[in-house]
Design a protein around this ligand. Structure first.
Ligand SMILES: [Zn+2]
Length: 308
């Protein structure tokens, strides 16, 4: 399906961002650059990103690196280049809420990307998602999982090394793979309300990949566990980084010959088969809601609706 490669990337990813990974090993360049006026710093406070004010449109707020007080950062990461400038992320979570508001008020406010991501330009949303995701990884890997000693950050924030010389275990930033899938039967698609979803909110099914599973195995297992449906013709669609906190969502399509639903009530409160016409009318209908365009779940739904 060559035309599928022409489709735009999903929100929170940016294929044009230059990660410049060769610079990660150049400690002298990193040290000079992170104190230069051309470099920009994206501060992240307790997994929230600094965003300028606004109603319908928000902009990422960055601070020139030569004006940033690096002593405030618990961790920092060289992200790469955008618009010809080097970008860094800095974790400033040690601030109390009132202090962070006072110090950063001139630039913006710290917001949950899930709330404001769809109001940001796509490249800025992707940059903030990257910053948030990798700093969360640092926060959760300050100690060695092998021997328990502290770790230290290296390679511009893209590696952590155990400080216990007799251990020396390395850790690298990671994402947790999760599948998300639109299931079709007879010109209808399966949408469900998960146990943690708001009332009237339905979406496609999703679940985490377990050790020893292929992605296709996970798609088949999750659909059967949650809705009792056996699927076939499992095909990859697209993917989306989803740093809430650390997922990589892998989107799939699949079909079933038997639409009988047997729900797992601990996971799924309700589920049903929806026609394209019904979904097209949802925007004008407050009885059912589907995910915002910001998410791959909506991308899967919209692409399917556009086919018929
Ligand atoms: Zn260790």
């Amino acid at each position: 399906m060559p035309e599928s490669r022409q489709l735009p990337p999903n929100p929170l990813s940016d294929p044009n961002f230059d990660r410049a990974s060769h610079r990660r090993l150049d400690a002298a360049w990193l040290e000079a650059t992170r104190r230069s006026a051309e470099a920009q710093v994206v501060p992240v406070w307790r997994s929230k990103a600094l965003v300028g004010p606004g109603e319908d449109v928000r902009r990422a707020a960055a601070i020139p690196a030569d004006l940033f007080d690096w002593d405030l950062a618990i961790d920092s990461v060289f992200l790469g280049f955008a618009a010809g400038r080097p970008w860094f992320a800095a974790d400033i979570s040690a601030f109390e809420p009132e202090d962070v508001a006072r110090r950063f008020d001139p630039h913006g406010v710290f917001e949950d990307l899930r709330m404001v991501g769809q109001l940001l330009p796509t490249d800025e949303a992707a940059l903030l998602a990257y910053a948030k995701g990798i700093l969360w990884w640092h926060e959760r890997h300050r100690f060695c999982g092998v021997c328990g000693h502290p770790t230290r950050s290296l390679d511009g924030g893209h590696r952590r090394l155990c400080t216990n010389e007799s251990c020396g275990a390395e850790q690298f930033p990671r994402s947790d793979p999760a599948v998300i899938m639109l299931i079709e039967h007879d010109e209808r698609c399966l949408l469900a309300r998960g146990a943690r979803f708001p009332v009237n909110f339905v979406s496609v099914l999703a679940g985490f990949v377990e050790p020893g599973e292929s992605l296709e195995d996970t798609v088949a297992r999750e659909v059967f566990e949650e809705c009792g449906v056996r699927v076939h013709d499992i095909a990859y669609a697209s993917s989306q980084p989803w740093p809430f906190p650390s997922s990589l969502m892998l989107g799939f399509r699949a079909r079933t010959d038997d639409p009988t639903l047997t729900l797992d009530p601990s996971e799924i409160l309700e589920a049903g088969w929806y026609t394209r016409d019904f979904i097209r009318a949802i925007e004008a209908n407050d009885q059912v809601r589907i995910p915002p365009k910001f998410s791959i779940s909506r991308r899967l739904i919209d692409d399917w609706v556009a086919e018929g």
